[in-house]
Write a protein that binds this ligand. Structure first.
Ligand SMILES: *[C@@H]1O[C@H](CO)[C@@H](O)[C@H](O)[C@H]1NC(C)=O
Ligand SMILES: *[C@@H]1O[C@H](CO)[C@@H](O)[C@H](O)[C@H]1NC(C)=O
Ligand SMILES: *[C@@H]1O[C@H](CO)[C@@H](O)[C@H](O)[C@H]1NC(C)=O
Length: 498
């Protein structure tokens, strides 16, 4: 009797040998966290979500638990399934978990040319350069610094109310204007209203690209880093072509406001701003590229301030059309506390718990950055008896945490009541801002500013207007679906722009 190995049998043999070798390589005796079984050579690349990206991580967490291990072509990934695990790793052990993935999109040579995404330290590796950028921003956006913007936010809120009343059709533009002009005034000292340059359009175009480019797993190139080295005509290398088109658009967002701010400083007409303050405080010993740090950090401020809070506001409008009773309660509270003769402001916040609760619920209900921006670990680590290899990409599904029934029972409806107890904010309920703005040292530096701005805008809108659904040609209201778009930054498709 002879034994003729079939193709299947030899494949099996190769598989077994390879699986054995991979196992051998691991230095640590601890097991890796559970997860989909790796296939030889390509690891879990076939499990890597591309089309099924939208739910893949959630399903893995449901199947394997709150800490899942995935191997994407040798790139270890940890899929975190709960807020608690995220806090344990990214916050309590933040010194070892604050790196960023060296994204193929950034490493790709198209972005290594001068006009790349390098300025966006949100995606920088953890280290000196990132820390300097971060410090520059922190000076302007810590909880105390934010208080000094109250007057400018109030002014902006009054303008917003006027525009909304005069021209409610274009409410989206008005809201975008509120955030964009607040951000640009603080970052570069530029008054959008007095300037012929359409800074807000520049920001909008760049942020659309940013969101598309960094949607985790969207581009094959994230999984197959070597694709980045392929010529543009190579199948699947389309992303490189995209990069070439995107680069100048994105760079405009860095250079146009910067050049204007520099010009104002030269002419002596610059008003106080982050750029002006940091430039004036620049010292000899700051190093030759300090100016570049300031340039980059102010661009990030402008970018971050213009887009993300804006998306949360779209959530707000969606919620108000879907939950008219919430809107009525909010308006009753505003009428009782603020009265009909003035607009609400920051000082009213403690006496407006229902508005505070709506703001929190907007932050919780739909995540602006649903999958966050992944962290990366810097050292081998062990957690709950599992081995977490150095260089693991840590995926946190922010939407999943803020819809986790263990934290927020009955998570799907929009319900500000979940944050209230006896008419006050209930401090025992998890603050969604601790989830939505990211974790540890990578927490969004604009967090306080964003929360304050959202509160002011929500209070102003509800005190001056009622939000109702668009009425269709048949006379019936068109209700939003409650769905969001699926880029890195999420927004409400019915609101149009993405
Ligand atoms: C993240 O969590 C949300 C909410 O549970 C879920 O709808 C979504 O599919 C998850 N995303 C991924 C990529 O698993
Ligand atoms: C980071 O990793 C190193 C090396 O494994 C370890 O000595 C250190 O305690 C870790 N730090 C934290 C905060 O976990
Ligand atoms: C600032 O951004 C540029 C790209 O525009 C990049 O080359 C540079 O490394 C960044 N500099 C700092 C100090 O972050």
């Amino acid at each position: 009797m002879t034994f003729v190995p079939t193709a299947a049998a030899s494949l099996l043999a190769v598989t077994l040998v390879f699986a054995f070798l991979t196992r051998k390589r691991r230095r640590n005796a601890l097991p890796l966290p559970p997860g989909p079984r790796p296939l030889p050579f390509i690891g879990n690349a076939l499990d890597m979500p591309s089309k099924e990206m939208r739910t893949a991580f959630k399903e893995m967490n449901q199947k394997y638990g709150d800490i899942v291990y995935l191997d994407a072509l040798g790139q270890p990934m940890i899929i975190v399934g709960s807020h608690e695990v995220a806090v344990d790793l990214l916050e309590k052990r933040s010194s070892n978990y604050s790196d960023r993935a060296p994204s193929a999109m950034i490493d790709m040579h198209v972005f290594l040319l001068p006009h790349r995404f390098g300025w966006a330290f949100t995606v920088h590796r953890y280290g000196q350069e990132w820390r300097r950028n971060r410090r520059a921003m922190h000076q302007y956006f810590n909880a105390n610094a934010v208080a000094q913007y109250a007057a400018s936010q109030k002014l902006e809120a009054h303008r917003l109310a006027r525009r909304m009343i005069d021209d409610p059709e274009h409410f989206r533009q008005h809201i975008r204007r509120f955030f964009g002009s607040s951000a640009l005034r603080i970052s570069h000292g530029i008054e959008v209203d007095d300037d012929p340059v359409d800074y807000l359009k520049i920001a909008e175009e760049a942020m659309d690209i940013f969101s598309t480019a960094f949607e985790p797993g969207k581009h094959l190139v994230e999984v197959l880093p070597w694709l980045a080295r392929m010529p543009s005509w190579f199948p699947g290398a389309g992303v490189k072509r995209d990069g070439e088109v995107w680069r100048p658009i994105v760079y405009k967002m860095v250079s146009v406001p910067w050049d204007a701010a520099m010009e104002n400083m030269r002419r002596g007409t610059a008003v106080p701003s982050m750029v002006k303050g940091l430039m004036e405080r620049m010292r000899e010993d700051d190093g030759p590229d300090e100016e570049e740090v300031i340039k980059n950090a102010s661009a990030v401020t402008f970018a971050g301030g213009s887009d993300t809070t804006f998306s949360t506001m779209q959530t707000f409008f969606m919620a108000m059309t879907m939950y008219p009773e919430v809107q009525r309660k909010a308006q009753d509270e505003l009428m009782a506390v603020v009265g009909p003769h003035r607009l609400p402001d920051k000082d009213d916040e403690p006496s407006l718990p229902y508005i505070q609760a709506i703001t929190k619920e907007c932050i919780r209900w739909r995540s602006v950055v649903p999958l966050s921006v992944p962290h990366r670990s810097l050292e081998d680590d062990e957690y709950k008896g599992y081995f977490i290899p150095k260089g693991s990409i840590i995926i946190t599904n922010i939407s999943a945490f803020s819809h986790d029934p263990r934290i927020y029972p009955n998570p799907d409806p929009f319900s500000p009541e979940r944050f209230l107890k006896d008419g006050e904010i209930d401090p025992t309920v998890q603050d969604p801002a601790a989830i939505a703005f990211g974790y540890g040292r990578r927490v969004c530096p604009g967090k306080h500013f964003a929360e304050t701005s959202l509160f002011i805008v929500i209070a102003t809108v509800l005190h001056t207007l009622s939000v109702s659904p668009v009425v269709g040609p048949d006379g019936q209201p068109i209700m939003p679906s409650g769905e969001m778009t699926h880029g890195l930054l999420s927004s409400v498709p019915f609101c149009g722009h993405r």
